[in-house]
Design a protein around this ligand. Structure first.
Ligand code: F6P
Length: 357
């Protein structure tokens, strides 16, 4: 008999349920009487002792369901070592519930912050297996995270829809894409959606180069332009500031997000009419796409095998089409960013798409 705790933490995404289903289906094949503790709302549930027993039937029909059946929350790693408002030691509380419930291990689905805490729990003696979740695709050690391709579909669809209205009105449109500090989602959606300019955090932009690219299109008789701008995009001037200086500058910034600032600058410098579209959290919502259902099922099955073989302290990762275990201490605290010198960037430049440099 095995007793395993499932936990989903951080921002949700498509494929969380599909992945838990993959783990559970594989485990129930091996241990029909096994117990799964669905730990509610991420690490919060582990800290405060909230869970619900999940049966095999709870995993039926959820392959295509977005969100997470056990809820999630953001419990930042930097606060994990700080006592809560009632003086509770969160790390000790998590360890104590883990022991009290008699868990053989935790199966943790999450992004970067989640992996730091998962690694902390490993260091503190808990058995942990993790799975890479996020629309940002920024987890070090895996080629792909589940949720990413579904979000690419949604962001691409937003750009596709903007194309017709941009062409009808002869306007410049900015579609702001999620992705936190990295540009994977913007890069892929920008290529798939046929954006003319793609701005990502890894390649700080020069607004004058952006303006030149827009002018060139106008001179070529193209009456509209589309920019895919990452929410974390940064100008080359701002990229030179220290963290502290940037924070102070942003405090005074009147714009709700970077796209509005870029939009105003473009309008002033080109005289062209600019509109902004922010698909926001729609990018994390709805059903996982077939690709995510496939990798979720594969990663889930492989993670269950790790539980069965008691191979703890690893993330199930995708590398070169295979699922492989990657040690948690290697994953925690690192970010997988777009390499400005990578082949994909050179190929996109070859298409005449501007990165604003
Ligand atoms: O990490 C996933 C993500 O959607 C990022 O792309 C985005 O910056 C962030 O989460 C938004 O977080 P929240 O849902 O807390 O607003």
């Amino acid at each position: 008999m095995k007793r395993v705790g499932f936990l989903t933490s951080g921002g949700d995404c498509q494929g969380l349920n599909a992945t838990m289903r993959g783990v559970a289906k594989t485990l129930f094949q091996k241990y029909p009487d096994m117990e799964i503790y669905g730990i509610l709302e991420g690490y919060k549930g582990l800290i405060y002792g909230n869970y619900r027993l999940l049966k095999s039937r709870d995993f039926s029909g959820i392959l295509t369901e977005g969100g997470t059946i056990i809820g999630t929350s953001r419990t930042p790693f930097k606060y994990m070592r700080m006592p809560d408002e009632n003086g509770l030691d969160k790390v000790e509380a998590m360890k104590s519930n883990y022991k009290k419930w008699g868990l053989d291990c935790l199966v943790i689905l999450g992004g970067n912050g989640t992996h730091k805490t998962a690694n902390l729990l490993r260091e503190e003696g808990c058995n942990v297996v993790t799975l890479p979740k996020t629309i940002d695709n920024d987890i070090w050690g895996t080629d792909m995270t589940f949720g990413f391709q579904s979000a690419v579909d949604i962001a691409t669809n937003a750009i596709d829809c903007i194309h017709t209205t941009a062409a009808s009105h002869g306007r410049v449109f900015i579609v702001e894409v999620m992705g936190h500090k990295v540009g994977w989602l913007t890069l892929h959606a920008g290529i798939a959606g046929g954006a003319d300019i793609i701005l990502i955090p890894e390649i700080p932009y020069d607004i004058n180069v952006v303006v030149d690219a827009l002018d060139k299109r106008a001179k070529e008789g193209k009456n509209f332009s589309i920019l895919a701008v990452a929410e974390g995009a940064i100008s080359k001037e701002d990229a030179e500031l220290s963290k502290k200086e940037l924070k102070a500058k942003r405090k005074k910034n009147p714009f709700p997000s970077i796209s509005y600032q870029i939009g105003q600058e473009i309008q002033e410098k080109t005289g062209q009419e600019v509109r902004i579209t922010v698909p926001g959290h729609t990018q994390r919502g709805g059903q996982p796409c077939p690709y995510d259902r496939v990798i979720s099922s594969r990663l889930g099955s492989a993670a269950a095998r790790m539980v069965i073989e008691e191979k703890y302290g690893y993330m199930a990762a995708l590398r070169d089409g295979e699922v492989v275990p990657v040690p948690l201490e290697e994953v925690a605290g690192k970010l997988k960013m777009v390499d400005p010198d990578s082949a994909i960037i050179q190929e996109v430049k070859g298409l005449g798409i501007s990165f604003g440099i």
